[in-house]
Ligand binder design. Structure first.
Ligand code: DGL
Length: 255
């Protein structure tokens, strides 16, 4: 069983990729919507939520936990790994592959404030060659827009234009909510700019760990979704990804 969580629906962009590779697995997904957004919350709260949600996922039988949130990965993955034995897979800011793709030597990263503050991000930056310039833009308001199903075009124009004016030719989606805005981002950025979503690479990593673990309990190919707060959006988006069999299946979770 694979457990995944995010502050809200963003992690569905990761679940979708993992599910595509392994539809036969069982999944349990937690949207911590009572605490969403994580992007500008104190790190201590995000860490606390990470521990609580992980304990819940393990209680449900998760053999692997995917921290399907860049912000939570930045704030809490080291703490989770030191505390629990189950393997944790987090979101890597895809700065390195983006740098390799860039001909201009200028890449843009769109993420939350807390992701940019994280040690993980700074270590990743240190591995990018000197010849590449990274333009960091905090996507303020975008997580809320995805959670509420609002149009984010005006905000994205502001953020993407800022990157374009700096000459970026690759944009990294540094938050798992942003793949749901990818079409608009591509439209604004134009055909000369590549957009990198790290979710497929993360999904391949989950599949590698899962296949090395073969021999666990037999799976039935079921996905169960929980929300600690508002659930309407989660229900709608999960259903849109895998079809109507997932209507009305979001359970309320009090942790
Ligand atoms: N999906 C989360 C991420 O990847 C969003 C964080 C938030 O809730 O602000 O960073």
């Amino acid at each position: 069983m694979i457990g995944l969580y995010d502050s809200g629906v963003g992690g569905l962009s990761v679940w979708k990729e993992v599910y595509r590779l392994m539809p036969e697995q069982d999944y349990v997904y937690v949207a911590d919507t009572a605490y969403c957004p994580y992007g500008d919350k104190p790190v201590g709260i995000i860490r606390d939520r990470a521990v609580r949600v992980s304990e819940f996922l393990m209680g449900k039988g998760a053999d692997i936990i995917v921290v399907a949130c860049n912000t939570a990965t930045a704030a809490a993955i080291a703490c989770l790994r030191s505390r629990f034995e189950v393997p944790f897979v987090g979101m890597e800011p895809a700065v390195k592959p983006a740098a390799a793709m860039s001909s201009a030597g200028v890449i843009g990263v769109l993420a939350t404030a807390n992701t940019f503050k994280g040690e993980l991000y700074h270590n990743t930056l240190a591995r990018v060659g000197d010849g590449v310039r990274v333009v960091e833009v905090v996507g303020e308001g975008l997580v809320e827009a995805v959670e509420n199903g609002q149009d984010a075009t005006a905000l994205l124009e502001k953020y993407v234009d800022r990157m374009l004016s700096e000459g970026v030719d690759v944009i990294v989606l540094g938050c798992t909510h942003f793949p749901f805005l990818e079409d608009t981002i591509r439209k604004i950025a134009g055909p000369g700019v590549a957009v990198v979503n790290p979710a497929p690479a993360v999904a391949r990593q989950v599949a590698r760990i899962a296949s090395a673990m073969k021999g666990g309990h037999p799976s039935a190919g079921e996905s169960v979704f929980y929300a600690t707060g508002p659930a309407v959006r989660l229900e709608r988006m999960a259903a849109a990804i895998v079809g109507s069999k997932y209507n009305n299946i979001v359970e309320r979770l009090n942790i």
